[in-house]
Design a protein around this ligand. Structure first.
Ligand code: SAM
Ligand code: SF4
Length: 335
């Protein structure tokens, strides 16, 4: 029997988020600069390498796999990878295969995703106003994403919307987005914006708006009941009594849930980040590339990395830059 992954604080690591590309067909103002330089393709793990990595984690006890990016659905042949992962769902080793996407390619891929065993998707959408959508994503077009949502629901995928809360941008859309989700039977989660790198973002979109204020705004129109459930991540949930909807609030760098943290993140080049709020990582690519056909060294490195998972990141603000920036882009570690 393979020993499962347990970190020094007795937390079982059962959830892996994998970024499969750093590229994207959008340039959201809070995530990327307009002129991004992407990694040379040879730096990226190939689809076969991604398969080997993920399969090793699954052998070591990972039960939930979330594919992200960049935009995961712009990676060439990504459906080959999803189809390959579905064998772990079939065997029962993996309980959930899911993804976070900007929705632009869902019209094309929703049915294939369902066929590969995906049952839920998170779609990021910050506004329902076409002009604002074009402004915040720079390159995105709202109707394409809305068609993607339709396609996803038609294919049988359960959709959750993720919206980044931006002061002066979508403050006035709390009700509209809530109603949009209620009509379509979708859950909605708000994410607090994190200041990331230098995005060359001079316009006023992207100001911090706290979850506390957003919650207060929601409470003006709805009765909120706190839900006790925790997913092992930094999300808190409430139910809106009037609609029965579940609304989530994510404060990415909150540390309220560190004690139950069950996740690690892998970049598209094979770097494993044990904690979103810290810079410590282990590069798993050498173990993978230097030992083709032998997963032993990779397993060892994964175990060593998990052995370094910090208790939390509450004492770590000194490691971020003085202005509170995390130097990595979200598209690097995957949101
Ligand atoms: N491209 C896909 C998407 O947009 O859903 C997946 C990758 S994206 C990096 C994952 C999530 O991170 C998205 O929901 C996005 O809104 C969020 N995100 C990106 N930059 C962020 C930031 N600076 N602060 C908070 N959330 C951010
Ligand atoms: Fe692309 Fe997602 Fe980043 Fe927007 S948030 S630029 S869609 S990776």
């Amino acid at each position: 029997m393979t020993q499962p992954l347990v970190d020094p604080f007795q937390r079982a690591i059962t959830y892996l988020r994998v970024s499969v590309t750093d590229r994207c067909d959008f340039r959201c103002v809070y995530c990327m600069a307009e002129n991004m330089t992407f990694l040379p393709k040879k730096e990226l793990l190939t689809l076969e390498e991604l398969d080997r990595m993920c399969s090793t984690f699954i052998r070591l006890g990972v039960r939930k796999l979330r594919i992200t990016g960049g935009e995961p659905l712009v990676r060439r042949d990504i459906m080959t990878f999803f189809r390959a992962m579905s064998r772990h769902l079939d065997s029962g080793a993996l309980r959930e295969l899911t993804l976070t996407t900007n929705g632009s390619q869902l019209e094309r891929f929703a049915a294939d995703l369902y066929a590969a065993g995906v049952r839920r998707v998170n779609v990021s959408l910050d506004t329902l106003d076409e002009e604002k959508f074009a402004r915040v994503t720079r390159w995105g077009r709202l109707p394409q994403v809305l068609r993607g949502l339709d396609a996803a629901q038609a294919a049988g995928l359960k959709v959750k919307l993720n919206a980044v809360a931006l002061k002066g941008f979508n403050e006035d859309e709390v009700e509209t987005l809530t109603r949009f989700c209620a009509t379509r039977g979708m859950d909605l989660t708000w994410i607090e914006v994190m200041p990331m790198g230098d995005l060359g973002n001079e316009d006023r979109v992207g100001q911090y708006w706290s979850m506390k204020d957003l919650r207060a705004r929601l409470a003006e129109s709805y009765t909120l009941t706190d839900l006790p459930e925790s997913t092992g991540g930094p999300a808190r949930y409430v139910r809106l009594e009037e609609t029965g909807q579940k609304i989530g609030f994510i404060t990415p760098l909150s540390h309220n849930f560190c004690e139950s943290c069950n996740r690690v993140r892998m970049t598209c080049t094979g770097e494993l980040y044990m904690c979103l709020g810290q810079e410590d990582m282990m590069d798993l690519r050498p173990a993978l590339r230097n030992h083709p056909g032998n997963d032993g060294p990779l397993e060892q490195d994964i175990r060593r990395a998990i052995g370094l998972k910090p208790e939390g990141h509450d004492f770590d603000y000194s490691r971020q830059r003085a202005d509170g920036q995390v130097s990595r882009h979200m598209s690097h570690t995957g949101g």
